[in-house]
Structure formats: C-alpha cells, structure tokens
Design a protein around this ligand. Sequence first.
Ligand code: ZL4
Ligand code: CA
Ligand code: ZN
Length: 387
Amino acid sequence: NNGIRRPKGYVVSYHANPDMEKMHFGPKHPMKPWRLTLTNKIVLAYGMHEAMDLYIPRAATPQELKEFHREDYIDFLQRVTPADNTWDPESRTYAYNTADDCPIFDGLYNYCSLYAGASLDAARKLTNHQSQIAINWSGGLHHAKKTEASGFCYINDIVLAILQLLLHHPRVLYIDIDVHHGDGVEQAFWSTDRVMTLSFHKYDRAEFFPGTGALDDTGPLNNASPGAHHSLNVPLHDGIEDDQYIKLFQDIVRPCVRTYQPTVIVLQCGADSLGGDRLGCFNVNIKAHGACVAFVKKFNLPMLVLGGGGYTARNVAKAWAYETSLCIGAEVHPNLPVHTPYLEHFGNEKTLFPKLDSTERYANKNSRVYLESVVMGIMEQLRYLQG
Ligand code: ZL4
Ligand code: CA
Ligand code: ZN
C-alpha cells in the first residue's frame, strides 16, 4: 500500500458518509458534493485509509442542530420540499434565504444533518481522546446563521462542533483559509473570549461575497466585552502568490497561538483559495495550501480539520487528499496511483500538484507593503490580549 503506515504517537480519524455525495444543488450550481467522492477515491487509492480510523457518522438529530440554530428554522428545513421554492417575499423560503445560492433540493435536510453529524462526531472523537486529528471534508460550511441559510451553507457545522469542543476546552482557535470570509462562525462567537476566530479571505465590501471581514472588524467595540479583539480578519486582494500566502499565514498564526494559547484548533480548509478555482481569485497552489495545514499540525494540539468551499472539483480532491496525507505524516508519490477510479476525470494532469495555467492566473494586487500592514494590524490586536 505505498508504504503508508499509521502515524506514531497519535491517531487520525476520518469521518465520511457516502450518502452525502450523491446530492445535487441543481443545474450549474457551483457547489458539487460529488467532489467528496473524488477526494475519497484518491485517499483510498493511495492506501491512506490504512493509516486512519474510518467512521461513517450518523446524521445529527434535530435537537443537536438546535444547539445553535433556532427551532423554527430547523423545523422548516425538515419539512420543505423543492415545490416550496418560490420568489414570494411573504414566503418562509424567502425569510430563511433558501433560494438562489441556497436552493431547496431533494434530500436537503438529509444532506445538512449528515455533514453536521460528521463534524459533531469528529469533535467528540477529539474530546474523548480517541483521536488527535479528526477530518471531515464534507463540513466547514461557515456562512450559515442561527436563523437563515447563506452562501451554499444551511447548517453551521463548525459552530456546532466548536460548541461541543467548548464543553471540554477553555479556548478554541478557529482558522479559516477558505477564500470567503468565515462570517457565520465569527458572528456566533463575536462576544466571547473562549473562541478566537481568524479568517484569511478576499475582501471587497461591494464586490465579493459576503462583503464582511475588514482588518478592523475585531469583535465588539466595547472593550468591556470579553469578545473584544477575539475576531481577527486578514483581508486580501486578487492574485496572492504561494510564498506570500505561506509567509503571511505563518507570521499571523504563530503569534495568535503564542498569545491566545488555545487548547484545540479548528482548521477550515476551503479549497476555493486555490488558483484556478471557479469562484476564487488567488494564485495559491496545492503545496502552499497544504503548507498551512502542516504548519498548524506542528503545534501538536488536537485539531479538527474541515472542508468548505472549492469549486474546481479535480483540484479540491487533490488538495484534500494531499492534506489528508500531511495529517497522517505520510509521504505520497506526486503521481496519482494508476488505479485511481475516475482517473480520466483529471485530464492531462495526473499528479497531485498540477501547474497553474497562465490563463487561470490573476494579476497580483497584494504588494509587500500591503501585506506587512496587515500583519502589523493583527499584531496590534494581539497586544490588547496580553493585558
Ligand atoms: C450560483 O449558476 O455573491 C447559484 C451561485 C446557482 C445556477 C442557477 C442560476 C440562478 C454563481 C453563484 C442565479 C443564481 C444567482 N447557479 C446567485 C450575491 C449573489 C446573489 C445570488 O465557499 N446570485 C450573492 C456565494 C456568492 C453572492 C458564495 C461561498 C461559500 C463558501 C463555503 C458562497 N453569492 C450573487 C449570486 C449558478 C450560480 C453561479 C455564486 N454565488 C458565486 N458566488 C456566490 O464560502 C462553502
Ligand atoms: Ca476565509
Ligand atoms: Zn468559499
């Protein structure tokens, strides 16, 4: 099996329910649960499953979902059918924002309760000490709010998982490398000092979803609130390159860990921050994206690893399979195993590390001076926490 062995001294658990993968958001919708099938095929083809504890998690119960979401919203998700899709501003569909970006499709509730169940299961493996790194690539849906869907996200599995971790951990650090701002998680923990949220994202208030996450949005303005300075944002422009992204990530995450001293880290690995993504606008390659996961792993804290965005399925699958290999500390051959199912789907690039085509590159709008000013801004926030 390519010499892949169980890691020494720690356990990695992998939480995946294949029932999710068949779901469909509708024609032309960018979110394709099928990318999870592709990810799992690569993970299995390399033999990485031999190095992990595999779980097919059960669906979350309505009661579990209501630990964060309001009862009427969960009842609505349980009952709606695609026939309820309507533009009527008086309708509940409209009130809960389940249209357009967040359509009602067949099996929607099942889909939501499965990815949430997987994140809860993964969090519980960490708190039970049955695993030290728990992976759920189907989770990471960071935009969902207490009472409404947003940006392809209906249930906020990250918030639910963090609430679970908070039963056993004094301080949770949440890091989000999806190209979009992790607004739902930030909002949920805005007023507490028991969760620090840190999102790296493309920021353009008017032109890029969701339009929040400026450098100076750092928590409640009232310094007496425990949440003050515990929401950190790293707003970026188009075209950021590998070396810039890695340095920025390390220069920010290192002092956050040193200052905040989390006892567990949740890492949302949205793969739409990769170059060539259908919705993204960065020039980050899979190795650099993975370098962020490897860097966080080095702190040797329990770690919950989640998916998120990612809209060029072949790249998403390669990135998340590579990041799985980093979690188990295995060296994998860059060429995809010849027996990988759907190999034909990867075109001419049958390697984990495809070259970013020049036609896919964005002009880099992030100057050295700009990135230095962002790091300074974050350091300034951290100084408030040192008392
Ligand atoms: C689509 O082609 O910027 C949805 C969404 C559906 C097919 C049917 C066409 C119907 C691109 C996006 C028209 C849909 C128009 N279909 C959607 C302001 C918007 C209002 C809604 O990675 N229209 C909203 C959300 C973002 C907006 C990004 C990222 C999630 C995550 C975590 C969410 N919303 C403009 C868009 C298409 C579609 C094509 C689309 N939506 C691209 N960007 C958005 O952070 C998982
Ligand atoms: Ca982000
Ligand atoms: Zn995204």
